[in-house]
Design a protein around this ligand. Structure first.
Ligand code: HEC
Ligand code: HEC
Ligand code: HEC
Ligand code: HEC
Ligand code: HEC
Ligand code: HEC
Length: 384
């Protein structure tokens, strides 16, 4: 008897849980549905947006040297650096500007790059308006608008009914000769619901918009490599403080007051620097290197005192168009280097307190001192 009450309450619990998740899923679907509707209020009909999208993607009969807008202005994120502005970047820039300025960027292009790439594009105003509508909509809902998933909810509900049936059949009715049938139904339905719940949960924690890798396509190869700008020109606190720091936009302006057009990206990326400075909008670079909070690391110790090259830890940065983390920043990495790397005592006022070692080195008793020998591998040096 006890067993059936337990099973009953389990079923009740399950039903309660499924209705609750159903409610959540429904709730968020309605929100995304409402978001989609909003875009229609903005003066553009759904058909116009759809037409703009088809035009942008080259699905309408329009030929421009065999290319469409999407051949250069990509909609999806790419693995490699695409120097052209993404569709989303254009959409965001022009969402607050009027149709005339949008039209001008295509029909009266300025700058070496733009007048080359857009030369000969000839679009009817009606079509261009549809493209602008499509982009305005994109700026609002992201490149891939979420489809209202009323059907999905019904399917979810249907599997819920199946689960309930299978449970009841297995425990109470036992009418079916082959018990594996309800078992299979049960497992399959649970699997489906689990998948949906998991997907919805992931979506909840994520912003829908398309996030470019970095807000400006800044290339270390062009700056530190091709133009030989010294690392410390931009990361000027590396020598003397814990953090190497990321330069403020004002520093970029030292050069970009004059250099207004790049040979890869045209005016689009550099215009963002000017915009950030003029409107005092800080650029939110995505941080790559991140040690856990319980680890202490100081650039001053390694660059200023130990006289290590940046490349020793960060790799061939001057060859990177897109910055990437080169070392794994594990504890083993730190500790091994401390075991292997000589301390540079010579011409280094920081080490005057190690006078004894100094003397021994001079008399030749001591060949070299590794970082580990002066305590760099003591736990407390690196851990708070
Ligand atoms: C051959 C590649 C190419 C094609 C095709 C192309 N573009 Fe562009 N577009 C670019 C490049 C490169 C830039 C950035 C150039 C610059 O800013 O100097 C740009 C910039 C833009 C800009 C922003 C101008 C600004 O700086 O504010 C808009 C808007 C734009 N394109 C719309 C379109 C539309 C709409 C189409 C399709 C009809 C299209 N482009 C087709 C390459 C292309
Ligand atoms: C013209 C200025 C400039 C120069 C020169 C420069 N950097 Fe940078 N650096 C930046 C900017 C801006 C960022 C942030 C954007 C990014 O990550 O690409 C950055 C990011 C970095 C990062 C990643 C920081 C993080 O964790 O997010 C490292 C490491 C770095 N730079 C190292 C170097 C080294 C090494 C050199 C010399 C070879 C160098 N930089 C030269 C401007 C510069
Ligand atoms: C001994 C290895 C080492 C050397 C040498 C080194 N770095 Fe770093 N760098 C790191 C580590 C580790 C981090 C991550 C720090 C953190 O998360 O707190 C980092 C982070 C950075 C960052 C991100 C912002 C910050 O300060 O946390 C920049 C930028 C940077 N380094 C630039 C440089 C430049 C430029 C040089 C040369 C002048 C240099 N680094 C030399 C190990 C090194
Ligand atoms: C010391 C001078 C100098 C500084 C400082 C500088 N740049 Fe540049 N930048 C250049 C030069 C030179 C070019 C190459 C122009 C070309 O492609 O002909 C360039 C090109 C660019 C380009 C376009 C790349 C291309 O080829 O299309 C971008 C984007 C850019 N810089 C961003 C930045 C940012 C962001 C900063 C500040 C963190 C910065 N720059 C600081 C000199 C500088
Ligand atoms: C490329 C080699 C190298 C790497 C990698 C490296 N270090 Fe060091 N580190 C040194 C050298 C050389 C010294 C000696 C400089 C000195 O006398 O302080 C040192 C010194 C230190 C010191 C100062 C010890 C003292 O004298 O108080 C600390 C703390 C430290 N490192 C932490 C770290 C941490 C944390 C990491 C990893 C995230 C790391 N280091 C990675 C080479 C390295
Ligand atoms: C040279 C610097 C350095 C020294 C010395 C050092 N650690 Fe670490 N330790 C690190 C770094 C960096 C990490 C973070 C590694 C990561 O995130 O993968 C770390 C992580 C850890 C962790 C957490 C492991 C984890 O998975 O998050 C523990 C525990 C730890 N260290 C203990 C110690 C003890 C005990 C000592 C002394 C024997 C010590 N450490 C000495 C740099 C150091």
């Amino acid at each position: 008897m006890k067993l059936t009450t337990l099973v009953k309450s389990l079923i009740r619990l399950y039903l309660l849980a499924s209705f609750f998740t159903l409610f959540l899923v429904f709730h968020f679907s309605v929100i995304s549905f409402a978001n989609n509707q909003n875009s229609l209020i903005d003066g553009h009909s759904h058909d116009e947006i759809k037409r703009g999208e088809r035009f942008f993607k080259g699905l309408l009969p329009f030929n421009f040297k065999g290319q469409s807008c999407v051949s250069c202005h990509n909609i999806m994120a790419t693995d490699t650096l695409n120097w052209n502005p993404s569709a989303m970047a254009i959409a965001v820039k022009y969402s607050s500007l009027d149709f005339e300025s949008f039209q001008a960027s295509i029909e009266q292009p300025v700058g070496n790059m733009l007048s080359k790439v857009h030369a000969g594009i000839n679009i009817e105003e009606k079509d261009l308006k549809a493209v602008k509508a499509y982009l305005d909509n994109m700026a609002m809902v992201g490149p891939k608008p979420v489809k209202p998933s009323i059907n999905n909810i019904l399917i979810f509900l249907f599997f819920g009914v199946l689960i309930t049936w299978a449970l009841l059949e297995l425990i109470f009715f036992r009418k079916i000769k082959y018990p594996f049938i309800p078992v299979v139904v049960l497992l399959a339905s649970l699997g489906y619901q689990g998948k949906v719940i998991n997907e919805e949960a992931i979506k909840l924690g994520r912003s829908q918009g398309y996030a470019p890798d970095q807000p400006i396509k800044f290339s270390h190869k062009i700056h530190a490599g091709d133009n030989k700008i010294h690392c410390k020109y931009c990361h000027h606190t590396a020598e003397s403080s814990k953090s190497a720091g990321i330069p403020a936009m004002n520093l970029c302006m030292n050069c970009h007051v004059i250099v207004r057009e790049g040979s890869h990206s045209g005016k689009f990326e550099i215009a963002k620097i000017v915009d950030a400075v003029e409107n005092k909008k800080p650029v939110e670079w995505v941080r790559l290197h991140n040690l856990p909070d319980h680890v202490f690391f100081s650039h001053a110790q390694h660059v200023g005192v130990a006289k290590l090259d940046c490349q020793k830890c960060h790799g061939p940065v001057e060859e990177m168009n897109i910055m990437r983390q080169y070392s794994d920043l594990s504890m083993g990495w730190c500790v091994n280097c401390h075991r292997e790397t000589d301390v540079k005592f010579k011409e280094n006022s920081y080490y005057e307190s190690y006078a004894k070692m100094h003397e021994e080195m001079e008399t030749g008793n001591l060949k070299a001192v590794k970082a580990a020998d002066i305590g760099a591998n003591e736990c407390m040096r690196c851990h708070y």
